[in-house]
Design a protein around this ligand. Structure first.
Ligand code: UDP
Ligand code: MG
Length: 320
């Protein structure tokens, strides 16, 4: 028997949960009998009757598990709690409670990871219809920036909706950082990913939990967590200032020779100002460089992740 855990982060989803449960359990019942499936609801400190509804479902259906937070910790924390619990299963899936992630493609995803040798089957959005122009533009610029600056390459259309082998989940939960940005973490751990085109459906009921403020914070978490480039800003501006200082000095010097009674006081003062500026900024740049390294070390991420080896039975391991 192979085990499959489907993690469902829920924050104030009382309106949609009954629909979600009906539709998802229908899909689960179509899976072959070689799979033992459980639904792991993570109640992220909901203020409505989300937890009561999940508890009722759990009474009726032994395949329903729940984890309920003491307050709202955010979707990242909810996914992590789900993965920490479900890592014992062979396959671990994540999907939203609002039915935007169509449960219909779960059997296809499972087939890719179980039968076709992929480690992850993940949904990729096909289009962005129904989203405001501003949100689309901002989000596209965000992915451009983060992909330019950081070592990971995050596909703009990648979604959290996915099914992973337990080794992949082990790697993900071994990332010890507190401020988590799963999109980048999923990409950082690597492995063999099968992308499945998937169009987000309309939310079946209830409301989105994302506000503009949340999205800005999310973008900052991503950029600050996966790049150190902003810390190197001092170096660049320092070099620029040094350059201007030299130009000002040269300008005064040349003009002094060419023009008979020219006094080069102004260019010299300018050169001095930019020189001091350059020194200060370069020093800040040096500190930034050390800070960037400290930041990388402090995150304590695994140095490598082995996907396959014949040196041990349980082949998963992370770099010591
Ligand atoms: N969610 C959560 N904690 C939060 C916000 C959202 O667990 O603080 C869950 C939410 O219940 C849903 C999923 O994350 O299952 C995606 O949220 P939502 O549908 O509001 O986001 P959108 O689809 O609009 O990006
Ligand atoms: Mg949604």
């Amino acid at each position: 028997m192979k085990t499959l855990s489907l993690i469902v982060p829920c924050y104030n989803e009382a309106d949609v949960l009954p629909f979600f449960y009906d539709e998802t359990s229908k899909v689960i019942s179509t899976l072959s009998s070689e799979y033992l499936t459980e639904l792991v609801f993570v109640d992220d400190g909901s203020k409505d009757s989300t937890l009561e509804i999940i508890k009722e479902l759990a009474v009726r259906d032994p395949a329903v598990k729940y984890i309920s937070f003491s307050r709202n910790f955010g979707k990242e924390a909810a996914m992590l709690a789900g993965m920490n619990y479900a890592v014992k299963s062979d396959y671990i899936g994540i999907l939203d409670a609002d039915l935007q992630h169509s449960p219909d493609i779960i059997p296809t995803m499972l087939d890719f990871v179980d039968k076709q040798g992929f480690d992850v089957a993940a949904a990729r959005r096909t289009d962005r219809t129904g989203e405001s122009k501003l949100k689309t533009t901002l989000s596209q610029s965000f992915y451009k920036i983060i992909n330019k600056l950081s070592e990971v390459n995050i596909s703009e259309s990648a979604q959290d909706f996915r099914i992973m082998k337990s080794d992949v989940v082990k790697a993900i939960i071994s990332m010890p950082e507190n401020i988590r940005f799963s999109k980048a973490i999923f990409s950082w751990v690597g492995f063999n990913v099968k992308w499945i085109e998937h169009e987000d459906r309309e939310r079946a009921a209830g409301q989105t939990k994302w506000s503009f403020k949340n999205l800005i914070k999310y973008a900052l978490d991503g950029i600050l967590g996966f790049t150190s480039t902003p810390l190197r800003f001092g170096f660049v501006t320092g070099i620029l200032c040094g350059f201007i200082s030299v130009i000002a000095l040269l300008y005064g010097f040349v003009k002094n020779i060419v023009v008979a009674d020219y006094s080069a006081v102004v260019p010299i003062i300018l050169a001095a100002m930019f020189f001091i500026g350059a020194m200060i900024l370069l020093c800040i740049g040096v500190i930034g460089e050390y800070l960037a390294r400290t930041y990388t070390e402090v995150k304590g991420r695994p140095k490598y992740i082995i996907a396959q080896t014949n040196t041990r039975n349980n082949f998963y391991s992370i770099g010591e």
